[in-house]
Design a protein around this ligand. Structure first.
Ligand SMILES: N[C@@H](CCC(=O)N[C@@H](CS)C(=O)NCC(=O)O)C(=O)O
Length: 222
């Protein structure tokens, strides 16, 4: 049984890996999890994905399907939900919009988030200016959440689980600042996710994987 599991290389604090783990949880798909340390990536991971980013999903041995490795977090979320999607996160009616919003997150917001978080490494602008650039996306999300409970309607979609880890990271640069910004719906949405059982499970701590370790199954049964 466990021989047929996919294997996920993951890093607990990485927002891309968080969205992949959330996708697996919402799909109810179990994988073998290998927690990694970014400064000491396993050679086994680099051998299958030389670009060296997490998350990476590897097909079980012997499955002769094209593309035996998925090395983009959005594709891992979607792969999982294509197996099983009881809550309809891949709702076809909003999928193009979800993709566009996730692309805006990954291509624009993440850029400002990194600079806001590590402003000392980017002295071209002040930290406040970086935050304000990031807030352009926060305002987009706030507007969506003024209309609906979730980003794209009254039900959760991949846009919510794909974007939430990044908003969390932005908020956690300085929680006092974040919760005093004029985005009440977004703050409420983030709090909802931070307390969500799936998110809490996605943040389970694991020891970094080493050759010879017992297999770790995610999600674990407890
Ligand atoms: N486009 C990739 C980006 C993944 C990514 O950049 N992950 C970071 C960690 S959050 C990483 O692995 N960086 C490599 C490193 O720091 O060495 C995806 O969506 O999966």
């Amino acid at each position: 049984m466990t021989d047929s599991l996919h294997r996920l290389y993951s890093f607990r604090r990485c927002p891309y890996a968080m969205r992949a783990r959330l996708g697996l949880l919402f799909a109810g798909v179990s994988v073998e999890l290998r927690e990694i340390v970014l400064k000491n990536k396993p050679t086994q991971m680099l051998a299958i994905s030389p670009k060296g980013t997490v998350p990476v999903l590897q097909m079980p041995d012997g499955q002769l399907i094209d593309g035996t490795v998925i090395e983009e977090s959005r594709e891992i979320m979607e792969w999982a939900l294509e197996q099983n999607d009881p809550q309809g996160l891949l709702n076809a009616q909003v999928l193009p919009e979800a993709h566009a919003l996730i692309a805006q997150n990954d291509d624009e917001f993440k850029h400002w988030l990194d600079r806001y978080k590590y402003a000392d490494r980017h002295p071209e602008m002040t930290q406040t200016e970086y935050r304000q650039h990031g807030e352009v996306f926060l305002q987009v999300l706030e507007n969506l959440l003024t209309e609906n409970r979730y980003l794209l309607g009254d039900r959760v979609t991949i846009a919510d689980i794909g974007i939430m880890p990044f908003v969390r990271q932005f908020a956690h640069v300085d929680r006092d600042v974040f919760y005093n910004l004029p985005y009440p719906k977004l703050q409420q949405w983030l709090k909802h996710w931070l307390d969500h059982p799936m998110f809490l499970q996605a943040m389970t701590k694991f020891q970094p994987w080493q050759e010879g370790d017992d297999m770790v199954i995610f999600p674990s049964d407890q």
